[in-house]
Design a protein around this ligand. Structure first.
Ligand SMILES: [Zn+2]
Length: 288
């Protein structure tokens, strides 16, 4: 599953190739790839053709291309979706789902998806200028790396949520872009247990875990994102290598890099949580 740093790598990679170009043709190769566009493939093609791409934007794990029509092409990467820039004479990939050509005959934008959980849709933009977001993304909170993210507001919302700390970090309406891997790494850096009840988290602890999440995401960005299942590759087809420096995620049984205690893995929300039982002691009252 691509997380924020991977999506940012893709956004930055695509931006260089698509901004200020005009769409000349759209080829939808698989109906599932446009199932989020309720009006169907012909409508999606009509809304894109002839439109100029203004920017490549992101909030959390959501990526979109604002168009000169006031709408945006929203890409849902799902589990395995990829956006690639390819020369128009490059052979079709096995999992090619859609292709967007531009009127300058330069490289085209391709959407690939092995498991077909992702997809493309054209959606109305709400708001103006760089702050505009597609209506389908409007409920998503800003991500912790966004300069406009409000730490105090996050803290106040966290205190009223009455859930476990990790569950809150994964809640895209509180803070977006923190997935399972980054949550585990941030909690380890902040020395906080994943099942800590949010109403017991104080302001310095909330600041610590946000700063830790930012540090982990910045490190991942610098490394080009993590690579988990080898499906994820960046816009030029390279996989990330940040996974080599993960402290606890996927490290069950290995020594904690800080204290040497074996890292523990526990079942959590159909996935798993990794933590150091010494650095991140279980709270007396735990909330999953
Ligand atoms: Zn430790």
């Amino acid at each position: 599953v691509p997380e924020l740093p991977e999506v940012e790598v893709v956004r930055a990679g695509i931006e260089r190739y698509v901004v200020a170009r005009r769409v000349s043709a759209v080829d939808v190769r698989h109906p599932r790839a446009v199932r989020r566009h309720a009006a169907g493939a012909p409508d999606l093609v009509a809304r894109l053709t002839g439109r100029q791409v203004i920017a490549a934007a992101r909030r959390g794990k959501y990526l979109w291309l604002p168009l000169d029509s006031g709408e945006a092409l929203v890409a849902h990467l799902g589990m395995s979706g990829q956006l690639l820039i390819r020369s128009s004479d490059a052979a079709d990939e096995v999992h090619l789902r859609a292709r967007i050509k531009f009127d300058d005959a330069g490289p085209e934008l391709r959407f690939l998806d092995q498991r077909t959980f992702g997809g493309l849709a054209v959606d109305e933009l709400i708001g103006v200028g760089p702050a505009a977001v597609p209506s389908s993304v409007a409920h998503i909170a800003r991500d912790a790396l966004d300069p406009a993210f409000d730490d105090d507001r996050f803290f106040r919302a966290l205190r009223t949520r009455r859930t476990g700390l990790k569950r809150a970090l994964l809640d895209q309406t509180l803070v977006s872009g923190i997935g399972n891997i980054y949550a585990d790494e941030a909690l380890w850096r902040a020395r906080l247990h994943f099942a800590r009840p949010t109403e017991t988290v104080n302001r310095p602890e909330a600041g610590r875990v946000l700063d830790a999440a930012r540090a982990v995401m910045r490190a991942a960005l610098a490394a080009g994102g993590t690579s988990f299942d080898h499906l994820y590759v960046d816009v030029n087809g390279r996989s990330g290598y940040f996974d080599r420096v993960l402290a606890v995620y996927g490290q069950a049984g290995r020594p904690c890099p800080r204290c040497g205690t074996p890292v523990r893995r526990e079942a959590f929300m159909n996935r798993s949580s990794h933590h150091c039982p010494r650095c991140q002691p279980r709270p007396r009252r735990a909330r999953w």
